[in-house]
Design a protein around this ligand. Structure first.
Ligand code: CA
Length: 654
């Protein structure tokens, strides 16, 4: 092949001839059996590929280097007879005069820092009972996602989780932990079970590059949005990053423990870019897997130096293979796509179709951020908020409109939102309740496409944001009763919105990062869940718990159909009050015939008229568990507390 330039490669890769000649749908990656292992890599532009074999995942001792054979459509292969479990390997790829040593893009296991790939007998990584582990069956009405970094979950020693599992996958397997005190508060898994969230969303848990696995964790911290190996777990969350099978086993133990608690596991996947432009993809097929500017250089729609070319057929195939692998091998219950606006619509819909084909696959969650991180070279329909009509109705997007309407803009710290009574914002709250299905601003196909939330790992925690609106020089550690009430109101709104609710871990106990928004590499003590707050704010925890359970009692709120959104009836009330009612669908198992909800974002008590009927008070804005008992019935009018969400249910007759 003649000397290629990035620009000539771009023309080559985008040509129909290249696709016709080299699109490969045969097996890729290591294929282990006890009798022998095939290694296969797609490198159509390479002149030579060989495999280097190592006893260990690090160090210089190479056992040997064997040439691989070029087969059809640019795939290279070699067969290594005998049981090769635990053997480490890299490829040496010669392309256009350059020679790169690289890990396998399809590696299933790797040594420390993911540098060398490892052949693994996956059966040997399965914890006891793994064959019986299954994705829990979670109806749409019960879905509430709780987002956490593995590190943050158990870094705080006050959480009472094992010191040796601090910041590790295995901390999720520990049961019965509490914050010590006169009346102990549950932490970790016990806290999750009590809170009642249906899914835990794990911030990046594939192998990422910004934490050095060979150095102590104590002085390092990163969220991990910097992928190195997409198909194997991060090593720094395991108890031994040097032996490739350990992290796999421990990751599976974590999944099994969450499943045993009835909780689904959502992975935050970041296929939109890689940590460095020097990576396993560019070392095997230079430039193919990344979008290019007209001059051939890497475009940067992720804001991280490169962006994955999801529309190039082998790159698209790679993402689909990877997602299916996690779903099948690790029993993953959902995928959250970072910067989903960098994916083309076709890739996302294909992913949905492929997941649907798995047993129970239709219940695997798919949702993402409907935006990009910079100027992208994507020239197809983007999987973003404007193109919801083209996306499957079971692909959701984070709804920044709902988020900002409730609590104010997330970039302008001091900008108020509806919960502070911002004038005019009540229109948006009504739209948010109906998952924007009745608004011109966004046109979802169904409420199931809307993820309703007020806080996530990016930007300020809800508590910090409310504190910053409230005061110019906030004391984040203070217990401010008004902010607490505004917090309850914010939760009372998005947990009664249609669509799927989502929350940042610790929102339920007033999590603070002391006004820091983008804390992706701030010290662990700032990022960690402060479990003492779970005790201190146990009233708020109970409030979230009650609301989450209440929501599940009225399936139509979490329903997928457009009709539900159209069935919401709004009242004419004095602004900025919002009030609405929604009848249950006959036979849907709802505990009440109808729901009646009022939001009062003012500092005054307010009287509101009630529609005809006997209404049971379910939540008065402070207690959200009134519905569990025989709370009083109201007729005619009711008083709303300042900064409150008040919820009534129409008693079923008989
Ligand atoms: Ca890593």
């Amino acid at each position: 092949m003649s000397t290629a330039t990035p620009k000539s490669l771009k023309a080559l890769y985008e040509s129909e001839e290249f696709h016709q000649q080299y699109f490969y749908d045969g097996p890729l990656g290591p294929d282990y059996t006890p009798q022998g292992t095939y290694l296969r890599v797609w490198a159509p532009t390479a002149q030579q590929v060989s495999v280097n074999l190592y006893r260990y995942g690090t160090g210089n001792f190479c056992l040997g280097c064997l040439p691989m054979s070029r087969r059809e459509r640019g795939a290279w292969t070699i067969y290594l007879p005998g049981d090769q479990h635990g053997l480490y390997y890299t490829f040496s790829v010669e392309v256009d005069g350059a020679r790169y040593e690289t890990g396998d893009p399809y590696a299933r296991a790797a040594g420390v820092n993911g540098v060398r790939s490892m052949i693994v007998d996956l059966a040997r990584t399965n914890p006891e009972g793994w064959q019986q582990d299954a994705r829990p069956s979670i109806p749409a009405s019960r879905r509430v996602v709780w987002e956490i970094s593995v590190r943050d979950f158990s870094w705080d020693l006050a959480g009472g989780m094992g010191r040796e599992w601090r910041g590790k996958y295995l901390a999720f397997t520990q049961t019965g932990t509490t914050v010590k005190g006169s009346s102990p508060c549950p932490t970790g898994l016990a806290h999750l079970r009590r809170l009642g969230v249906s899914h835990v969303q794990l911030m990046p848990v594939f192998d990422f590059g910004s934490v050095d696995e060979s150095r102590p964790l104590r002085l390092q911290y990163n969220w991990g949005y910097d992928p190195v190996n997409f198909n194997l777990p991060e090593g720094s969350y395991s108890t031994d990053p040097y032996h490739g099978e350990v992290r796999i086993n421990e990751f599976k133990q974590m999944v099994a423990a969450l499943h045993a608690a009835g909780i689904g596991v959502v992975m935050d996947v970041v296929y939109n870019h890689t940590y460095r432009t020097e990576n396993v993809f560019n070392y095997t097929v230079p430039y193919y897997f990344f979008r290019q500017n007209p001059d051939g250089s890497f475009s940067n729609g992720s804001g991280c130096g490169n962006e994955f070319a999801t529309e190039r057929p082998m790159a698209r195939r790679y993402i689909i293979d990877s997602v299916l692998y996690w779903a099948k091998e690790y029993h993953i219950d959902g995928f959250r796509f970072d910067l989903m606006g960098l994916y083309d619509v076709e890739t996302i819909n294909l992913l949905r179709e492929e997941l649907d084909k798995l047993p129970g696959g239709k219940d695997i969650l798919m949702y993402g951020e409907p935006w990009q991180g910079g100027g992208s070279m994507l020239r197809r329909y983007e999987a973003n908020k404007n193109n919801l009509q083209m996306l499957s109705e079971r692909v959701g997007v984070f709804c920044d409109d709902t988020r900002d309407a409730i609590k104010g803009g997330c970039f302008e710290a001091r900008e108020p939102g509806y919960v502070q009574g911002k004038p005019g914002s009540f229109w948006d709250i009504g739209a948010a309740v109906a998952a924007w299905c009745r608004s011109d601003r966004i046109s979802p196909r169904a409420p199931s496409q809307i993820v309703s939330y007020v806080s996530a790992h990016d930007n300020f925690t809800l508590w910090d944001k409310l504190m910053m609106v409230r005061s110019r020089r906030p004391d984040f550690m203070a217990e401010d009763p008004v902010v607490l009430a505004q917090n309850r109101l914010a939760a009372g709104i998005y947990l009664t919105c249609m669509g799927m609710p989502f929350m940042q871990a610790g929102e339920e106990f007033a999590r603070t990062k002391r006004g820091r928004g983008n804390s992706y590499r701030s010290p662990a003590p700032l990022n960690q869940l402060d479990w003492r707050r779970a005790c201190r704010y146990r009233g708020l925890v109970d409030y979230y718990r009650g609301l989450i359970a209440l929501r599940a009692q009225f399936p139509r709120l979490g329903g997928a159909d457009l009709e539900a959104a159209n069935a919401v009836e709004f009242f004419e009330l004095e602004p900025p009050l919002v009030g609405w009612t929604l009848p249950a669908m006959p036979g849907d198992g709802a505990r009440w015939e109808a729901l009646l909800v009022f939001y009062n974002p003012t500092d005054q008590e307010k009287w509101v008229p009630l529609p005809e009927g006997k209404w049971q008070l379910l939540c008065d804005g402070v207690s959200s568990s009134l519905w569990r008992g025989d709370s009083c019935l109201r007729e005619g009018t009711s008083l709303l507390a300042p900064y409150s969400a008040t919820i009534f249910g129409l008693r079923s007759e008989g």
